[in-house]
Design a protein around this ligand. Structure first.
Ligand code: G3I
Length: 354
């Protein structure tokens, strides 16, 4: 199995390439100079390195803000730009938290990735409890997309337009949008986003479709169909929520990126984290580092992979422990913002790649 092959590679990486492994990962990155930050190293490549930011934290927690602004060139809103937070009551948009993230990004010379315009989760109760006609739902969706995309047209140049519309078996997920508007809600969402900002790059984003398999095939087919219909879709987001027990094979991810590239589509790794059974150990963290390194390698090798985004960056703030019982430690900084092996592994990949 892939995971058994991967571990020796990760171990070799650190044993031979990093003889002072412990001191290297323990040293705060700024002691190595700003040139060693992930965002600085990424400048040699055509891939942006990003992280999702929790609502409020960049400005309320100095350590959080320092690491985020120092290490990452791209910021995604973990929650603040979803439908519920942005439109808590119908027609009344609440941009305060989203604006704060955009302002933070601007102040730190970061770009912003928009996430997510249409999803089945984190919708406000006025929307999910309503009993509305197809026309009313189309009107609501169009208004939401137009308002949000227009507002951030100058700051956000890539949006997850539709998030997680496909089931694991490849069928279309039944959501409030598909049930009221029909499956065409997907293409309508892309068309409305494009009308609102013709320069924005528009993504379909999903999990479990990173490598090969039924879901990946279905996402590929969906993107292909949208392109054939002339729908303005520019890329596919591969979320990459994986674990030390299971991750897609890098060669499969590379093949998937290549076939999407053959359609003319960009790809981005949009939500990477690598959870592990708790408690963390050195062995598990080395294995985790190998997974992160492998996926960044794949992204750097793919001509159409333009961003590598983590779903958070510190184990202090991660969706994983509350969702996966007994698992966590999924990110590249620990709970005290100390860089883990995974951080150093990403640095090394960026330093070594052509
Ligand atoms: O906003 C309320 C807050 O007012 C309240 O005090 C608090 C108490 O629990 O809850 C807050 O809302 C939570 C929100 O995160 C902000 O912390 C929601 O209950 C909680 O469900 C929500 O979880 C988010 C989840 O999406 C929602 O499904 C996670 O943080 C976020 O990491 C996760 O992100 C998703 C991506 O958008 C799509 N791909 C999968 C990924 C992981 O599930």
């Amino acid at each position: 199995m892939y995971r058994f092959l991967r571990f020796p590679l990760a171990a070799l990486l650190f044993v031979f390439a990093l003889p002072a492994c412990d001191s290297a990962v323990d040293a705060p990155p700024e002691e190595d100079g700003a040139g060693n930050t992930l965002r600085a190293l990424a400048q040699a490549h055509e891939v942006e390195i990003g992280a999702a930011a929790a609502t409020g934290l960049p400005t309320s927690d100095a350590r959080y803000g320092d690491v985020l602004g120092r290490e990452f060139g791209l910021l995604a809103a973990e929650n603040a730009m979803k439908f519920g937070p942005l439109q808590p009551t119908q027609g009344n948009f609440s941009f305060r938290e989203a604006d704060a993230l955009v302002d933070f990004a601007e102040a730190h010379d970061m770009r912003v990735r928009g996430h997510a315009l249409v999803w089945h989760n984190q919708n406000p109760s006025w929307l999910t409890n309503g009993n509305r006609t197809r026309e009313q739902m189309m009107d609501i969706l169009r208004t939401h997309i137009t308002t949000v995309v227009t507002r951030y047209a100058d700051q956000i140049d890539a949006w997850d337009v539709v998030n997680e519309a496909v089931n694991d078996d490849g069928s279309l997920r039944e959501t409030i949008w598909s049930e009221t508007i029909g499956p065409e809600y997907i293409e309508l969402a892309f068309r409305w986003a494009h009308e609102a900002d013709p320069d924005a790059r528009l993504f379909y984003n999903d999990y479990g479709a990173e490598g090969t398999g039924r879901k990946s095939d279905a996402v590929y087919a969906l993107a292909q169909n949208l392109l054939q219909e002339g729908v303005p879709i520019h890329g596919v987001g591969l979320q990459m929520h994986v674990s030390t027990d299971w991750a897609p094979r890098p060669s499969d991810v590379a093949a998937n990126m290549a076939r999407l590239g053959d359609l003319g589509l960009e790809v981005q790794i949009t939500e990477m984290d690598v959870r592990m059974p708790l408690p963390p150990t050195d062995d598990k963290e080395l294995m985790q580092a190998g997974v992160y390194a492998d996926m960044l390698d794949v992204c750097l090798d793919a001509w159409n992979c333009t961003a590598f985004v983590l779903w958070g960056f510190t184990d202090r703030h991660s969706w994983v422990p509350s969702t996966f019982n007994g698992q966590g430690a999924a990110l590249i900084f620990d709970e005290d913002y100390v860089p883990k092996y995974a951080y150093t592994a990403l640095q090394q990949v960026l330093e070594r790649a052509d």
